[in-house]
Design a protein around this ligand. Structure first.
Ligand code: GTP
Ligand code: MG
Length: 336
């Protein structure tokens, strides 16, 4: 198809299938699908360079992407329109009112929220809780949506979903049905799962995408200094994909991350999250979790956010899930 034909038809027309896009024939559509682009939404969030392996010229790729963008209503936009896009941001409750307040009313759609901290600090528990909360109606802090859960350490437990659902008065079976679960065996597999997730997300009204843990496979597979650059490059690509999905489907993206000891720090927190600058810059909101001196109490610290001040809040993790801590919880001595 001629380039000018693409231009002409790239007005506000709506397209449902890749094959319908001007400039995309059946063979190109097939190649795009093999590369993980099954929907107009995911195509709209890609770059011309990423389409190179499909044998599409840069000029043609730009035309196709532009048409996909205008089809779903995202295009080159002015700042006032950017503000409008921000207005579509929805918020998901963490289960704790004070933690929600820390992030201005809940975890937001269209961006990545990262929870990092040492083992047992509650990263996976929060992920479980979010799986349940996202299914609540908006008036209870949910998004009436389903979940895509990428589990890299085999720590997802349906039993936890059951108890958390019961506590919120939801039917556990129904809640479990709305959690699409995938175990990732390697970092490549983990990337493959997200690269091919767009259709599943669209078909199941998924409003929450979880990767628990984002970095564990990368950390164990890419060892040594010379592997650092390729690891960061892959991680960058993976997170880029995740943001694209979160934006395209107005979904919340949550990742977890472990910490490493900082050998050269004597004051303050002597740990820092894995993944360096790449993960830090791509996670829009980073929350550092740590244990308090007593049992169920946890401390959430907002470490970076594009527009919110840093701060700390106390919450608890119990049989019921993630909740606000009472004054009594906060002062109870350990072990009682
Ligand atoms: P790693 O993945 O190992 O880095 O840790 P994590 O941060 O994901 O920890 P996780 O979310 O798995 O937290 C585990 C902790 O949550 C446990 O040590 C308990 O303190 C708490 N927890 C988990 N399940 C329950 C439960 O059923 N009841 C209660 N009371 N606490 C629980
Ligand atoms: Mg965990």
């Amino acid at each position: 198809m001629a380039e000018d034909e693409i231009k002409e038809s790239s007005s506000k027309k709506k397209y449902e299938l890749l094959e319908d896009l001007p400039g995309v024939g059946p063979a190109t559509a097939q190649k795009l699908k093999e590369m993980g682009y099954h929907t107009i939404e995911s195509l709209a969030m890609t770059t011309a360079r990423e389409l190179e392996p499909a044998g599409i010229s840069e000029k043609k790729a730009l035309g196709i992407i532009e048409t996909a963008r205008s089809s779903i209503g995202v295009s080159f936009i002015r700042a006032d329109e950017l503000l409008k896009m921000r207005k579509n941001v929805l918020r998901l409750t963490s289960g704790s009112k004070v933690v929600d307040r820390l992030v201005d009313g809940g975890l937001e759609t269209q961006t990545i929220t990262e929870f990092y901290g040492e083992f047992g600090t509650g990263k996976s528990q929060i992920c479980h809780q979010l799986c349940v909360n996202v299914q609540l109606p908006p008036e209870r802090g949910g998004l009436n949506g389903a979940v895509l859960y990428v589990d890299t350490e085999n720590t997802f437990r349906t039993e936890r979903i059951v108890s958390m659902s019961k506590h919120l008065g939801l039917d556990p079976e129904q809640v479990a049905k709305n959690i699409i679960y995938a175990e990732a065996y390697t970092s490549d597999h983990q990337m493959f799962l997200l690269d091919n997730a767009d259709e599943v997300i669209k078909e199941n009204n998924i409003k929450l995408i979880i990767v628990d843990s984002l970095t564990a496979h990368f950390r164990s597979e890419y060892i040594g200094r010379e592997m650092l650059a390729p690891r960061q490059q892959r991680l960058n690509k993976h997170m880029h994909k995740l943001i694209g999905l979160a934006r395209a489907f107005n979904a919340v993206a949550v990742v977890t991350n472990q910490v490493m000891a900082k050998p050269d720090v004597f004051f303050g927190d002597a740990v820092h999250p894995i993944g360096g600058h790449i993960v830090g810059h791509t996670s829009h909101t980073r929350i550092y979790l740590r244990r308090a001196s007593h049992g169920p109490i946890r401390i959430a610290r907002l470490v970076s956010s594009p527009y919110l001040p840093e701060g700390e809040e106390i919450f608890k993790i119990t049989e019921n899930g993630v909740e606000d801590a009472s004054e009594e919880d906060k002062t109870k001595p350990r072990g009682r």
